[in-house]
Ligand binder design. Structure first.
Ligand code: NI
Length: 187
């Protein structure tokens, strides 16, 4: 089921999300809803807080950008990360233009370390440990931030951020033109 996306200004996006218990009943449905919502809004990643659920889970699917970026590693990079933990980040920091379904129509260059080692559970509760670099690492770092109440605009310099403030305010008032359903703070 496609769910509305919570945008900038909603408090759930600023919470540190708790882990999902292994007996969590709605897990399969939540995973399906995350994939459906990500696809419907043309995203390449979506974290549960973005659909109003404060839980440590996100999905990614970079297939739609693999041709554009000329990176075969992005094709079929589609998976769910449950209770993930980034064990290590290293490598040269590099800039990449990020966007976010919770910050419609805003794109900014963000600098992050190039490599990560992450531990997480898959949908069958197998514990997995992997290393990623390049755009795959970047997408994971961005989604992982959502579980800790962080947004990509937190990583840009204060001057750039100040320039964005009126657009961020407009988003939190729902004054945006986007083609997917959103939830914004009520007055
Ligand atoms: Ni995001």
């Amino acid at each position: 089921m496609v769910l509305p996306v919570y945008v900038y200004g909603m408090s759930v996006l600023r919470k540190v999300a708790p882990e999902i218990p292994e007996n969590y009943k709605g897990l399969d449905q939540l995973i399906e809803d995350l994939y459906d919502t990500m696809r419907a809004s043309d995203g390449i990643g979506l974290a549960a807080p973005q659909v109003g659920k404060s839980l440590r889970i996100f999905v990614v699917d970079t297939t739609p950008i693999s041709e554009d970026k000329g990176d075969p590693a992005l094709k079929d990079f589609k998976k769910v990360f449950i209770n993930p933990y980034i064990l290590k980040e290293w490598g040269d920091s590099w800039s990449f233009e990020e966007g976010c379904l919770s910050l419609p129509n805003i794109r900014e260059e963000v600098s992050r370390p190039s490599q990560i080692r992450i531990e997480y559970y898959d949908e069958h509760w197998n514990l997995i440990e992997e290393e990623y670099d390049g755009i795959r690492a970047r997408v994971i770092q961005h989604e992982y931030d959502h579980l800790d109440g962080k947004l990509f605009v937190d990583h840009i310099n204060p001057i750039r951020r100040k320039l964005l403030s009126s657009r961020l305010n407009a988003i939190s008032r729902g004054r945006i033109d986007n083609d997917y359903k959103i939830v914004f703070p009520k007055k």
